[in-house]
Design a protein around this ligand. Structure first.
Ligand code: SAM
Length: 277
């Protein structure tokens, strides 16, 4: 048995540190280590990876990442009670786990690597749902600047958000988030979890999505250019492009994009071609 296996069960850690779930911190804990093992496994071989985890809470997923052989885990947690509750795991991990008390929205994770290390950077998290989208957008911006920022991201979202991330053209879920995500990454849903998998159960189902950053050509559009274009196109989702994208009339003609289509009919590549000019 590893030192990690000899730690008290998560329910005991929660009780000892009075880690009652706070709704405003999006605290829906995973206490079944079979599930957290499955999330860690979705990230692939971690033996050369620095894994960033957002919101370790009582540390179920953190245990799984360490047991899966992660070279290093850097976990950022906002709740001081959880930071304290994780100290036993920090000791058991013998130098492989660092817990940082802070707000993930304010922290540049890659700047925590001092000096910049070789090896893979992987992000794995059961995200607090109230800030999951802004966190993802921040990481996607980093990936646009450097596709090697993260080799893989394995992230839990509420199911409805996960559906938008992987949506295909012509569907209701297809929109800005789908385009920005799929422009920069290959995004695949791994599995769904019902509310009852969490303690306490959230109101909605959840899904784990795995992202693999793509290498873009040197002349790829900027993040802001795609952001502006998709905002204009989906701001008036039901309108034809000739009305929602008036400023892009010439480009639509040059790129042979039919102005009588609606935003949801264009592929990710179509948006990239439009933003490219
Ligand atoms: N990883 C744990 C698990 O799977 O059981 C907890 C996941 S829970 C859905 C989200 C975690 O994110 C909580 O521990 C919460 O305290 C933490 N959190 C919430 N807001 C945060 C923020 N702004 N920065 C860092 N952590 C945050």
């Amino acid at each position: 048995m590893s030192d990690i296996d000899s730690l008290p069960p998560l329910r005991e850690v929660i009780a000892t540190h009075d880690l009652r779930a706070e709704k405003k911190l999006g605290q829906n804990f995973l206490l079944d280590l079979n599930i957290t093992d499955k999330i860690a496994a979705a990230a692939g071989d971690l033996s050369h990876a620095t894994v960033f985890e957002i919101g370790p809470g009582p540390g179920g997923l953190t245990r799984s990442l360490l047991k899966a052989g992660a070279a290093k885990v850097i976990a950022v947690e906002y709740d001081k009670r959880a930071v304290d509750a994780l100290q036993g795991l920090v000791e058991a991990a013998s130098g492989r786990l660092e817990v940082i008390h802070g707000d993930a929205l304010d922290i540049d994770l890659l700047a925590l690597l001092i000096p910049p290390t070789q090896g893979n950077h992987v992000l794995v998290a059961n995200l607090p749902y109230n800030i999951a989208t802004p966190l993802l957008i921040g990481w996607l911006k980093q990936i646009r600047k450097n596709p090697e920022s993260y080799q893989t991201m394995v992230l839990m979202f509420q199911r409805e958000v996960a559906e938008r991330l992987v949506a295909v053209p012509g569907t209701k879920a297809y929109g800005r988030l789908s385009i920005i995500t799929q422009w920069l990454c290959t995004a695949k849903r791994q599995f769904n979890l019902p509310p009852g998998a969490f303690t306490p159960p959230p109101k909605v189902s959840s899904s784990v999505v795995r992202f693999t950053p793509k290498t873009l050509p040197d002349n790829a559009p900027s993040f802001d250019a795609i952001g502006r274009l998709t905002a204009a196109a989906f701001g008036q989702r039901r309108k034809m492009l000739r009305s929602s994208l008036k400023d892009y009339a010439d480009i639509m003609e040059k790129t042979d994009i039919d102005p009588t289509l609606r935003a949801e009919n264009l592929s990710v590549d179509d948006f990239v071609r439009l933003a490219d000019h």
